[in-house]
Design a protein around this ligand. Structure first.
Ligand code: V1S
Ligand code: CA
Ligand code: ZN
Length: 374
């Protein structure tokens, strides 16, 4: 399995929005990633598509009518007065009612839904939407910078065609919104790798592994600070291999949140670009229909490097691209080395202490998976 057809969803408007001055989430990173992808000459090697914007009715396949209606109406000026029977949909600083919030969501969700449609039709083998991956959004509320759950909407689209979908989440935060949406079904298996313990959103304990028909179909891999490439690979590959064997998914959705990289402003892991991209490469090699989505990532220059590199991985050209960055519109952001790289730092890996933490975790997860009724 070498060359695979890749569909790349991009809308130039996505990068124009702002969560507000000083907010950690910077939609501009989508545009900067695209600029790197373009200057590396990757656009000629894939189907480049502008997604249809998801409308309000489409969003209510998962979200409540009241919540989506609110999102269509809210502006920075009306947020205070707009409530539904006293319900507040946006609470705190994480999810500000920024100008154009609904349009931003319709681009993000439209990209993931179109990606799913194209995968389901067989018109492509891999589909990419770096504006997607907003995994915290709930049925009736925004959470953790996420308003509309493009991932859930994309998976619901895949389920129209495929019997089983595997969702994998390598963002440093727990993929709680996606897990919650599919917690009681055996048609979607969710697997999140995340920092656990005094960290947002606080969910994702290893013992939380599904309910009812979905028992065993949610996998949580709670990790500690300082995760290195070697430690991550030592748990990611065996867990995913076991899931692929037992669950036999018809398609895979990989949320590539890049706040799991070393030096991220909100993250606390120590992954290099190669260690992060190993997940996309591993799944490309599985030969299964694959959707790659964005997510978190707050050290913008590293987000762009990594998602551009992962685009190259989808195209199977990662070994051919120049590690010296080509001249691009944001070149000065990438100094002083101007390289396509994210290096690790000297933080301690609290996962590889002598207490056998990762081995115990693996054993627990294997036990959960082996009880699946196959
Ligand atoms: N950690 C963290 C963090 N930092 C912020 C933040 C920073 C600057 C701002 F201007 C606004 C907010 N919020 C948080 C977390 C939410 C993290 C969301 C991650 C999203 C994702 O990467 O997984 C996917 C896109 N929120 C909290 O910790 C909640 C608070 C409890 C503390 C911070 N204040 C600002 C809000 C309430
Ligand atoms: Ca995660
Ligand atoms: Zn995150």
């Amino acid at each position: 399995m070498s060359k695979r057809r890749v569909a790349y969803y991009y809308d130039n408007d996505a990068g124009m929005f702002s969560y507000g001055y000083g907010h950690a989430m910077k939609p501009q990173r989508i545009r900067m990633t695209h600029d790197l992808v373009a200057t590396y000459g990757m656009l000629d090697k894939m189907q480049v598509l502008r997604p249809r914007r998801a409308d309000a009715t489409t969003m209510t396949r998962f979200h409540t009518d009241e919540y989506i209606h609110f999102l269509t109406k809210v502006t920075p000026e009306t947020a205070e007065e707009l409530t539904y029977h006293g319900t507040r949909f946006l609470v705190g600083d994480d999810n500000p009612p920024f100008d154009g919030v609904f349009e931003f969501c319709s681009i993000s969700a439209g990209g993931s839904i179109d990606a799913a449609k194209r995968i389901a039709s067989g018109a492509t083998d891999i589909a990419i939407n770096w504006a997607g991956g907003l995994h915290h959004a709930k049925k009736r509320e925004a959470s953790g910078f996420c308003y509309v759950n493009d991932i859930v909407l994309g998976i619901l689209e895949l389920l129209r065609t495929f019997p089983r979908v595997l969702y994998i989440d390598i963002d440093c935060h727990h993929g709680d919104g996606v897990e919650e949406a599919f917690y009681t079904t055996d048609r979607v298996m969710t697997c999140s790798f995340h920092k656990f313990g005094e960290y947002f959103p606080g969910t994702g304990h290893v013992e939380d592994h599904g309910r009812g028909k979905g028992l065993g179909y949610a996998v949580n891999v709670p990790l500690r600070d300082g995760l290195t490439d070697e430690a991550f690979k030592s748990i990611f590959e065996p867990v995913i291999q076991r899931i692929l064997e037992w669950f036999q998914p018809s398609a895979v959705v990989l949320q590539c949140g890049s706040d799991s990289l070393a030096g991220d402003k909100l993250g606390c892991f120590n992954l290099t670009m190669e260690g992060h991209a190993n997940c996309a490469r591993y799944l490309r090699k599985s030969g299964l229909p694959l959707i790659l989505l964005g997510g978190g990532g707050y050290t913008v220059k590293n987000v762009c490097r990594t998602w551009a590199y992962e685009t190259a991985c989808a195209l199977n050209i990662e070994d051919d691209i120049d590690r010296n960055l080509p001249w691009n519109a944001y070149f000065e952001w990438f100094g002083p080395r101007y390289r396509l790289e994210v290096l690790s730092n000297n933080m301690a890996d609290m996962n590889t202490k002598d207490d056998g933490y990762l081995d115990n975790l693996k054993e627990t997860i294997f036990r959960q998976i082996s009880r699946l009724p196959f």
